[in-house]
Design a protein. Structure first.
Length: 427
């Protein structure tokens, strides 16, 4: 059994993406006794550390497939380059075999190295299943990633390979070029497991995906965090803030969040605990966390020393509430019975946190960073979470367990799907 896995974080620096990948790999391994797993990555050493005994398929091997005319694009105006990119994507989608032949001809004509391209193509042709592990990467904010992932799924589907997607948070997807591609590909994916239903289900319905082909399971990373839950709540306030462009967080709102958190922490004499998720520069969570903790937790490194999903999840177990601008800091907390206050400004993060709140049913208050009464509303939300945390915890743990069970059911559907296809192929 050979399985190819696409995922949201090739550099392996995002602890949320990595946690979902780890859970996906472990669940796939448990589904078959003898399985060879290939994973796209640009960091083979990290992949081996976090996902032992999987094969690294260099993400650079995608270059000739997705960017065969890279030199041409550098020589032409950007508007023309965009049109050419669209033509290339659709040509590959409709004519993958011809695309493969033309790329081989180009490489041989230039006497260029073909081994990487051969590895890429052979991984698809030999795969029994192509999997997309969890993430929020099918969205307007990550246009290049959407083109890549939909292109991977398109190639697999054209080759007759079963395809599944797990732990997906889909959208917003308002760019016409991306929406049209999603509409051409996603209805042909065999199974899509969603981490939330509030925004993802309406999007799939609009794309024409059959309700028989998708299910709502919650986030795959819930299982990893749930496994390290403490016997009781901690006493600190967990802190995270995402300042990347797609979060659209202003300097003014950062100052307000800092003021509120430090005022509450001082009044209660409790620690502020870093819970970083993204470690890639220039928008590493650790920098924003250090900025918020400055003047209170003097020696804090913002969580830079935490370098595994388990270590970050264990930080959440030290908390009574987590205040976060990162979705997965919220997942790690809620999965251990710790209530959260989600900070959101962009539509992308509003969808994430409101979807997460819907999944857990309680213990997830969402505060909008562009609210004119941000200081008052954030203070109220944190104080309420602190005072109600003991009552809320059992409900959160129950919701986490339910979502873990739904996740296992989805992976069982994956196994049955592949078994059915394999049986039909042999007959």
């Amino acid at each position: 059994m050979r399985i190819l896995i696409e995922h949201g974080g090739y550099p392996v620096t995002n602890m949320g993406d990595l946690a979902m990948l780890q859970v996906a790999v472990e669940r796939v391994k448990k589904s078959w006794d003898n399985v060879q797993i290939e994973v796209f990555s640009s960091a083979p050493d990290k992949l081996e550390k976090f996902c032992p005994n999987v094969y690294n398929l260099p993400s650079s091997s995608q270059q000739n497939w997705f960017h065969p005319l890279a030199k041409t694009h550098r020589l032409i105006p950007s508007s023309l380059s965009q049109h050419l990119s669209e033509f290339e994507w659709w040509f590959r989608h409709h004519s993958p075999s011809l695309s493969e032949s033309l790329i081989y001809l180009k490489l041989k004509a230039r006497r260029a190295e073909t081994s990487h391209f051969e590895s890429f193509i052979e991984s698809f042709k030999k795969a029994d299943l192509v999997v997309c592990s969890g993430g929020g990467y099918i969205t307007d904010a990550f246009e290049s990633k959407v083109n890549t992932t939909l292109g991977i799924l398109s190639l697999a589907i054209k080759l007759g390979k079963p395809t599944v997607m797990f732990g997906q948070g889909l959208g917003p997807l308002k760019k016409t070029t991306l929406y049209t591609k999603a509409k051409a590909v996603l209805p042909h994916v065999n199974l899509i497991a969603l981490r939330e239903k509030r925004s993802s289900v309406p999007l799939l319905n609009s794309l024409g995906v059959s309700s028989n082909c998708f299910t709502v399971t919650g986030d795959d990373a819930i299982e990893l965090a749930y496994a390290v839950r403490g016997s009781e709540l901690g006493d600190g306030i967990g802190v995270n803030l995402r300042t990347a462009d797609y979060a659209n967080v202003s300097a003014e709102s950062i100052t307000t969040v800092k003021l509120v958190l430090q005022n509450i922490a001082r009044d209660r004499s409790i620690p502020l605990i870093p819970i970083p998720i993204e470690f890639i520069e220039p928008h590493a969570d650790t920098k924003a966390i250090q900025q918020i903790l400055e003047g209170y937790e003097i020696d804090s490194d913002g969580g830079q020393s935490l370098n595994t999903p388990l270590e970050v999840a264990k930080q959440a177990s030290r908390c009574r509430v987590v205040v976060t601008g990162s979705y997965h800091a919220g997942v790690f907390a809620l999965s251990q019975g710790v209530p959260i206050v989600g900070l959101a400004k962009s539509e992308y993060y509003k969808d994430k946190f409101l979807g997460l709140a819907d999944q857990f049913g309680t213990g997830c208050e969402v505060v909008f960073l562009d609210d004119n009464q941000l200081q008052e509303k954030l203070t109220t939300a944190i104080e309420y979470a602190l005072s109600s945390s003991e009552i809320i915890r059992p409900k959160l743990l129950e919701a986490a367990q339910q979502q873990i069970d739904l996740g296992h059911t989805a992976y069982q559907r994956m196994y049955e799907l592949v078994t059915k296809v394999s049986t039909q192929t042999k007959s």
